[in-house]
Write a protein that binds this ligand. Structure first.
Ligand code: ATP
Ligand code: MG
Length: 393
């Protein structure tokens, strides 16, 4: 009886001839994330990945927890790999269930069998029935409950047989590194980290840019963004965070442009700078946390005017989501608690009481031309600091 980790993946299976490319990327990402836990052998068989530790005392629960954050994985289980022989199956299942009942105090169960190996002499219902009866007679104080059992004994008969009792859901999606790179505009708020996570989930490497307005925003506001990038890097591995000094640009806009256009002009400059840095770093799209109608700068008119300044595609994965849905996701991925820390964002420093919610492009361009922006933009890019967050180090 040998304990291994079973990794299930989903959408990759829909890939035709390219499928091995995606599978190999997933395997190489898995190797990297669990590298620090010790040596393992990894094999791929029948649309599954099996991870077999080479050392005793392998930390399975830590490995499962790490794998539940790997894009491309649907779910994972710690499983016993045994011979496909019914006597062995009975003996191993009994051992597993006895231990589980003692440790967790479970009282009801059912057996679920899948038979991938059609040459095995019993069919699935027969295996479930006979194994269930065997467990019932040999484990004290348990009964069968097919509708609401406290645990399920899963049996999969393939070349080998796998038995286990727990399926841990992972994050699904596509392996990081299978879909190019995009530049996330990362604020310290709730939305943008979620937006980056959603695009990362589709296999896209994430590069990030943050605009800060020291001394109007504090060092702690910057640290918060670094922390958010760090949390994202647990899913996306390596994130370069470009921190752009934005104060001079904001002061210039504040001085030369009408107050009610301040936010929209600032948003346009952010997009322009983000695109320039994206181009330098090989990022093929921009990502923002915008959602239609959420604030003045996210009316459909404002979004159109903001979008006009760039030519790269802009991904806005939250565009049709309600704030509550975004918050739920932020909680799930672990960014929420950091996002709600009360440090000011550069957008909140110079906002007008009544921002224009229906900006007109020609007027905005006219106002922009009164400010000396091109020079300040070049300077801001020149003074940008780059930090690398790498969860694999
Ligand atoms: P968030 O919760 O992501 O801060 P928000 O609801 O506060 O979003 P805005 O402040 O209008 O919305 O910002 C819209 C988007 O612009 C953000 O989701 C983010 O992608 C980008 N953004 C805003 N401020 C910054 C910043 N200081 N640095 C980088 N990107 C920013
Ligand atoms: Mg914000």
């Amino acid at each position: 009886m040998k304990k291994v980790i079973l990794v299930r993946y989903g959408e990759i299976l829909l890939k035709g001839l390219n499928r091995p490319l995606f599978e190999n990327k997933l395997i190489s990402n898995i190797k990297k994330v669990i590298h620090k836990l010790g040596k393992v052998r990894i094999k791929k068989s029948q649309a599954r990945i099996y991870i077999e530790p080479e050392e005793d005392n392998y930390d399975f629960s830590e490995a499962l927890s790490i794998l539940s954050k790997v894009f491309g994985i649907v779910s994972v289980s710690a499983v016993w790999e045994i011979e496909s022989d019914f006597e062995v199956i009975k003996k191993s299942a009994l051992e597993m269930v006895t231990e589980l009942v003692e440790r967790k105090g479970y009282s009801t169960f059912k057996v679920e069998t899948k038979r991938g190996n059609k040459r095995f002499h019993m069919d699935s219902p027969e295996i479930s029935r006979e194994l269930g009866a065997h467990l019932l007679t040999n484990v004290p104080n348990i009964s069968v409950d097919v509708n609401n059992p406290s645990f399920i004994v899963y049996v999969e008969v393939r070349e080998y047989t796998y038995i286990y009792s727990e399926i841990i859901p992972s994050v699904c999606g596509m392996p990081i590194g299978t879909n190019g790179k995009a530049m996330l505009l990362l604020s310290g708020g709730i939305d943008s980290p979620v937006a980056g996570w959603m695009i990362g989930k589709r296999g896209v490497e994430i590069e990030a840019v943050h605009f800060y307005s020291y001394p109007y925003t504090s060092e702690r506001a910057k640290d918060k963004v670094i922390e958010l990038a760090k949390i994202l890097s647990e899913y996306c591995y390596r994130i370069n965070l470009h921190i752009v000094p934005f104060t001079q640009i904001q002061l210039e806009i504040n001085e030369k442009c009408p107050a009610d256009q301040m936010t929209i002009i600032m948003r346009r400059v952010m997009m322009e700078i983000a695109e320039k840095i994206a181009n330098k770093t090989g990022s093929l799209a921009l990502i923002t946390g915008e959602s239609v109608g959420q604030v003045a700068s996210q009316t459909i008119q404002s979004l159109a005017v903001t979008n006009e300044v760039v030519t790269l595609p802009v991904f806005r994965p939250l565009i049709g989501m309600d704030k509550n849905e975004v918050i739920d996701l932020a909680r799930k991925i672990g960014t929420y608690e950091t996002s709600i820390l009360p440090y000011e964002d550069c957008c909140t420093v110079f906002v007008a009481k009544h921002p224009n919610t229906k900006p007109q492009l020609n007027r905005i361009k006219l106002s922009e031309s009164k400010a000396n922006l091109p020079e300040l933009i070049d300077k801001a890019i020149e003074d940008t600091e780059v930090l690398t967050l790498n969860s694999l180090m």
